[in-house]
Design a protein around this ligand. Structure first.
Ligand SMILES: [Zn+2]
Length: 340
């Protein structure tokens, strides 16, 4: 193991932008695909790799949906959570705020809400007991299906919340329509009023105006992606002054063709601007990455120093919704690794 590999492996990590279905390992997806042979998802590893080469974001979204549709039983959800926790533990991830879109399971597969929540909770208990990985949940809906999914997802979050639910979000294909529809704004208003943190995707495939909309109309406390915020100096100053966390996923942005190449990724510029940036893997097996690999790429392709990697790890702890007692030992451990 090279020294940088060893350094990244030793860093205790927190991940704040990662999707449950998008984190399913190839083995898990193949197992589900074999169980449901009618699906468009391939049943061999080589074909699955080809399936995960994306032409653009809508193509990625369609593939993501096909994989989501494989989840038809309560047990499927629990195995997803267990598998993701196992993969996280192998990378020294201690805590993750995982985005889950229960609407696909309830609406698409007809699993009752309470059963979805039960499976999520059982998976999270096993994650902690078997792998030492603590999970917080962000319940999100696909923005491109907001008309049908926003209210139903909000109702799920309020009426059958999983243990450890921290936030409410919107993902999928960004609509780029500003202002967002009242359906989206209302859902966020109600979620925030109920005490959930607002953690929407914004500025991933649309410009700075959706980041402003997320901040002003959705009450965003963290921004998913937000890379295009850099196009607006006033917005950059706003994010810097208030230290609004921006959860960045470099490999994801290249795979969905939002950034031309890893070398051109704006992460170093965001850090140079003084933004509170965290590093994330988004949908790791679909993008052929892992959280550890994102740290390695940040060092080898983007030229970040070890001190900067440690800073990114500490930023994720600070930007998480862990309580202060849980943050303190993690920050101390990161500082210890950084000092060696
Ligand atoms: Zn995402």
């Amino acid at each position: 193991m090279s020294t940088i590999d060893a350094f990244v492996a030793r860093l205790p990590k927190v991940e704040l932008h990662v999707h449950l279905v998008g984190s399913a390992s190839a083995e898990t997806v193949l197992e589900l695909a074999r169980r449901h042979p009618g699906s468009s998802v391939p049943r061999s590893l080589e074909a699955l790799r080809q399936f995960y080469v994306f032409r653009d974001f809508p193509h990625f979204a369609a593939v993501y949906r096909a994989v989501s549709d494989l989840v038809t039983e309560q047990e499927d959800i629990e195995s997803l959570v267990r598998g993701v926790a196992r993969d996280m533990a192998a990378q020294n991830v201690r805590y993750a705020e995982i985005q889950v879109s229960p609407w696909y399971f309830t609406h698409g597969s007809g699993i009752p809400r309470a059963a979805v929540t039960e499976a999520i909770d059982a998976g999270a208990r096993a994650a902690l007991a078997d792998h030492g990985v603590r999970i917080g949940w962000i319940i999100e809906f696909p923005g491109d299906r907001a008309d049908r999914a926003a209210r139903a997802t909000l109702d799920h979050a309020l009426s059958a919340p999983p243990a450890g639910l921290v936030g409410f979000g919107v993902g999928g294909i960004e609509q780029g329509r500003v202002p967002h529809t009242e359906i989206i704004r209302d859902a966020f208003r109600a979620a925030v009023a109920a005490g959930l943190h607002s953690i929407p995707h914004a500025g991933e495939m649309t410009g700075p105006e959706t980041v402003w909309e997320a901040l002003n109309a959705l009450g965003a406390e963290r921004i998913g992606h937000g890379i295009n915020a850099l196009l607006d100096p006033v917005l950059v100053a706003y994010l810097r002054e208030r230290q609004v966390p921006v959860d960045v996923s470099p490999t994801s942005n290249v795979c969905t063709r939002q950034v031309a190449s890893l070398r051109e990724h704006p992460l170093p510029r965001m850090l140079a601007e003084g933004l509170l940036v965290t590093l994330n893997s988004d949908d790791p097996p679909m993008f052929g990455t892992t959280l550890s690999n994102e740290y390695l790429v940040a060092a080898s392709v983007l030229g970040l120093s070890r001190a900067q990697l440690a800073e990114l790890a500490a930023n994720a702890v600070r930007a998480s919704f862990l309580d202060a007692d849980a943050k303190k030992p993690l920050l101390a451990e990161i500082a210890e690794v950084a000092a060696t």
